[in-house]
Design a binder for this molecule. Structure first.
Ligand code: IVH
Length: 381
């Protein structure tokens, strides 16, 4: 017999899940298709984890179209689709030390080991790409897209100076997909926006959008003028060479082949090693030349990675340890009223634009009239 208490509870959960899905889908379109996010990553992550929690509590509420059931993204019109031989996956996120402990414990249990070896690196905030080298020559460059299918951006990617058009060394494999992130350095971002302003063109909200918007341009002459950089952090298909034994060795091999790898990386042991790396990067964050939103931990031995495998959209052997949401102060310019598709009315704060976590925030929800009264929110605050 159905419990009389749980009935309304599951209805509430179902309604909230539907709301979250709609909101996440909207943000996905803004982010992936238009390169123009409306909320900072931390806000998006909060919505996403709330949905993951609800679905974990009520598995019956999982729908095939839930964003948790696929990797978001779409192939924009104007680019040829590219099917990734090895899918480009996403990463699971953690925000707290407890989540890092839990990740380490899961890995240790699965591998029947006590102290594990990890490769630590930065979580770059840019655009993931896959570079295919055949006999050492760059033949194709694709964006991640939805992970299974991306966009052919070869002409644009070829304009990025730090990406070699030909691998150095005679030991280049017959075929290799080098994976990594196209980023724009902070100082280059500032300069680019100055140029955009001077030319009366739209400024970019953050370095990630500048990088993504520059690669996803129909016209490589425009991409060529953008100061883009690249860091490798993974591998897809590989033929005609042995896979290195560790992630660290893979990155060392890239350096030999002339592929850029970020110097901020380390091999550490156990959870203490992970948290030390996180702390040391957190302290350096502002001084780093590029925007990052956390660090990434990967089991260093590829054999261990293979044993752990994947779930849905992300590997079990890796974790993105993200920095906490950033706060910022702004002034309330006006209270606007937003009427939703269903007729629901929501008061929205128009704010003096403020940079938070790499995104320019101009609006914030005020939820409802009670909330405004309770907090005594006034224009000018
Ligand atoms: S590895 C199998 N390493 O984060 C794991 N991804 O949330 C595949 N990213 O699409 C990704 N820095 O754009 C990896 N050091 C790093 C990364 C990184 C940034 C991005 C990448 C990916 C997304 C996953």
């Amino acid at each position: 017999m159905a419990s009389p208490v749980s009935e309304p509870e599951i209805h509430l959960a179902a309604r909230r899940a539907a709301q979250l899905r709609a909101e996440i889908a909207r943000h996905d379109t803004a982010y992936y298709v238009f390169d123009a996010p409306e909320v900072p990553d931390a806000e998006y992550d909060k919505l996403y984890s709330e949905l993951v929690d609800i679905e974990a509590r009520y598995p019956a509420l999982v729908t095939p179209d839930s964003p948790t059931q696929r990797v978001s993204g779409a192939v924009a019109a104007g680019f040829q689709p590219v099917v990734h031989t090895v899918p480009m996956l996403s990463l699971n996120n953690g925000f707290t030390d407890q989540e890092v402990h839990a990740f380490d414990q899961r890995c240790a249990q699965a591998l029947h080991k006590t102290v594990l070896e990890y490769a630590c690196e930065l979580k770059f905030d840019g655009l993931a790409v896959s570079l295919r080298y055949v006999d050492g020559v760059l033949m194709q460059a694709a964006t991640r897209g939805d992970g299974a299918r991306g966009e052919d951006a070869t002409a644009n990617i070829r304009t990025i100076r730090s990406i070699p058009l030909r691998l150095q060394s005679k030991s280049a494999p017959r075929l290799i997909d080098v994976r990594g992130e196209v980023v724009i350095l902070k100082r280059d971002f500032e300069r680019l926006n100055q140029r955009q302003r001077a030319a009366g063109q739209r400024e970019f909200a953050n370095p990630r959008n500048a990088a993504a918007g520059s690669v996803r341009q129909l016209g490589s002459n425009i991409t060529a003028q953008r100061p883009l950089s690249f860091f490798a952090y993974g591998v897809g298909a590989l033929e005609g060479a042995d896979m290195p034994l560790t992630h660290h060795a893979l990155l060392d091999w890239y350096l030999e082949l002339g592929v850029p790898v970020c110097t901020q990386r380390a091999v550490v042991h156990g959870v203490a090693g992970l948290l030390d790396f996180f702390q040391s990067i957190k302290i350096q964050r502002d001084a780093l030349p590029y925007e990052i939103d956390g660090v990434v931990y990967k089991l260093n031995w590829l054999e261990d990675q293979a044993q752990l495998g994947f779930v849905a959209r992300a590997p079990r052997f890796a974790l993105a340890h993200k920095f906490p949401a950033q706060e910022a102060l702004s002034r309330l310019i006006a209270i606007e009223v937003n009427v939703g598709r269903t007729g629901a009315v929501t008061p929205v704060a128009r704010l003096e634009p403020v940079l938070v976590g790499g995104a320019t925030v101009t609006h914030a929800t005020l939820h409802n009239e009670d909330e405004i009264r309770r907090k005594d929110i006034r224009i000018g605050d």
